[in-house]
Design a protein around this ligand. Structure first.
Ligand SMILES: Nc1ncnc2c1ncn2[C@@H]1O[C@H](COP(=O)(O)OP(=O)(O)OP(=O)(O)O)[C@@H](O)[C@H]1O
Length: 252
């Protein structure tokens, strides 16, 4: 799959497979094209060429809202929450891909609509409880830390009942303890909801702890694929990182 903006090639014939039920890491220096790749999978960007299959279905040119109905959910590098809404209200936004009815049914608050809303609310509360956010369910998002925003976003993505979950830098800005908790949560929900997970992350501790395999991107091309340990000792990967400014993008 390739992606171009104007004359610039952002992704150059990148190809990989995320095995069902596995956790795949997507790593690479800043600007390598990781988020752009996520945007292609989630329907936010249109690749210039190539194919993306989700559960056997070709999804290139499928808009983002339809991707949600096909079982894809994602989190973003910078959580996009309604800051004036509570944690629970933010998480409930994730139910829109599967709540039946439309604006008219919701406005009329028909009995079936109310039943589905109650079900969504119960599931949302369950998710915030099991990710350690139960105490903040009715707190406004703007009263919470960045780390907690990330947790809210994860709950929102899980409420969409995904089969494929894309996590874009879930550990960015988290404390050590929060990263440890995140690792435990992702492992548990992957198992419980039978998810396939693809995670973009610079935090190599998280990548090593969670992933079965990693794909390394550099300058929009696939540099290598293997285990996290193989990636960290691969001279091409070391060189790709060392060629950049030393910082968060450097492998640990
Ligand atoms: N909408 C866009 N228009 C033009 N160029 C874009 C667009 N989106 C991404 N790019 C370019 O694509 C390249 C890859 O960016 P991308 O954000 O995908 O990298 P990344 O690997 O996710 O980096 P980081 O680790 O810093 O988040 C960059 O050069 C970026 O400027």
């Amino acid at each position: 799959m390739s992606l171009r903006f104007g004359g610039i090639t952002v992704l150059d014939d990148v190809s990989f497979d995320a095995p069902r039920g596995g956790i795949l890491g997507l790593v690479g220096p800043n600007g390598a094209g990781k988020t752009s790749l996520f945007n292609c999978i989630s329907g936010h960007y249109q690749p210039a060429a190539g194919s993306i299959l989700v559960d056997g279905t070709e999804t290139v040119r499928t808009p983002a809202w339809r991707m949600a109905r096909l079982g894809l959910a994602r989190t973003f590098q910078h959580p996009a929450l309604r800051l004036d809404a509570t944690v629970l209200e933010n998480v409930l936004l994730g139910a829109h891909s599967w709540l039946p009815g439309g604006p008219v049914a919701w406005a009329l608050r028909l009995p079936t609509t109310r039943r589905h809303e109650r079900e969504a609310r119960a599931r949302a509360l369950e998710l915030v409880e099991r990710t350690g956010l139960g105490w903040a369910a009715h707190t406004r998002a703007d009263e919470l830390s960045h780390g907690l925003h990330k947790g809210v976003e994860l709950c929102r993505a899980l409420l969409a009942r995904p089969k494929l979950l894309l996590l874009d830098e879930p550990a960015a800005g988290l404390s050590h303890a929060e990263v440890e908790q995140l690792i435990g949560t992702v492992r548990a929900v992957r198992q419980e909801f039978d998810l396939t997970v693809v995670v973009v992350e610079h935090h190599m501790g998280l990548i090593s702890a969670l992933t079965d395999r990693v794909v390394v991107l550099d300058h929009g091309a696939k540099l290598m694929e293997g285990t996290a340990a193989q990636a960290q000792s691969d001279p091409r990967v070391v060189e790709a990182y060392l060629g950049k400014e030393v910082g968060a993008g450097e492998p640990a």
